[in-house]
Design a protein. Structure first.
Length: 285
């Protein structure tokens, strides 16, 4: 199928883009960056926006920059920007590792980091990263700029706190401590498919004990989130198979799993149990 008719706008500045978006948002106007999520659903006419605001010519939205405390990622930054580490910090290694699991190479060359977050598929890898690391989303409109914490941003399946006239202009990720370890694992039926469950973990070792543990789970619930019960099972404990299994069990018990015609809730709990344990077992320095 082909998309329904629409008008494409190509602003050159952020102010121009925001003014156009304010005008067309009431007519289901949408932002177009990478288009790897929006265009396919338009082709099936599951979405019929009357206007597309193409931001690919807007200056200043293609930055990946760090001030030593946060990494700022602009709205035009592609997944492929993270094929190699973008900074000398464990966060750079984490992003490079996760990026290799996103869809397929051609999609990574076009799709964008911020676009993935705005689309808010519960299985998307970058959504899991943002939720686990407590990212801050910066939404902009003609009314100004507002920061949105990750815990408040994801509201459900493909649902966010963005207003219809707001552009997700950039995302701020806090840098990880220099001695941080991370692990990531996901399960999908085929390589490149969206994950049925995924886990991201980070932690430090202080005197041989786990500290500052973060355990995030995606794909198993309507939105990715940190699992406090699993983090509590890790903090203050020496790394071991027993402790990793206890954290995985805590995560599996804590979720309210999605179900569909192919997948039961208990199956997704089993997947969460597996991906959390594997993420912990294969953590990277």
């Amino acid at each position: 199928m082909k998309p329904a008719a629409f008008i494409r706008h190509v602003p050159r500045t952020l102010d121009e883009a925001l003014k156009i978006l304010a005008q067309v948002a009431p007519q289901d106007g949408r932002i177009l960056a990478g288009g790897q999520s929006l265009v396919p659903i338009m082709a099936f006419r599951l979405a019929k926006p009357a206007h597309l605001v193409d931001i690919n010519e807007v200056e200043g939205l293609d930055h990946v920059a760090s001030d030593g405390q946060i990494l700022s990622i602009g709205a035009r930054v592609r997944h492929a920007a993270f094929h190699k580490s973008v900074l000398d910090n464990p966060l750079g290694k984490l992003l490079a590792y996760v990026a290799r699991h996103i869809a397929h190479y051609p999609i990574r060359m076009r799709g964008t980091f911020c676009g993935s977050l705005a689309h808010a598929d519960p299985s998307a890898e970058w959504c899991l990263v943002a939720a686990t690391l407590d990212a801050t989303m910066v939404a902009k409109s003609t009314r100004g700029s507002r920061p949105i914490a990750a815990k408040d941003f994801f509201e459900g399946i493909m649902s966010t706190a963005l207003a219809e006239d707001e552009l997700l202009a950039e995302v701020h990720l806090p840098l990880l401590p220099a001695d941080a370890k991370f692990g990531f694992n996901e399960f999908s039926r085929r390589a490149g498919d969206f994950a049925m469950a995924a886990a991201l973990v980070t932690y430090r070792l202080a005197n041989g004990k786990i500290a500052d543990a973060r355990v995030g789970v995606g794909g198993a619930e309507p939105a990715p989130r940190r699992i406090a019960q699993a983090e509590a099972a890790l903090n203050g404990q020496a790394p071991s198979d027993k402790i990793f299994r206890a954290a995985a069990e805590a995560a599996a018990k804590a979720i309210d799993p999605l179900e569909d015609h192919q997948t039961t809730g208990e199956y997704r709990r089993d997947l969460v149990r597996a991906v959390v344990r594997r993420a912990l077992e294969h953590s990277h320095p």
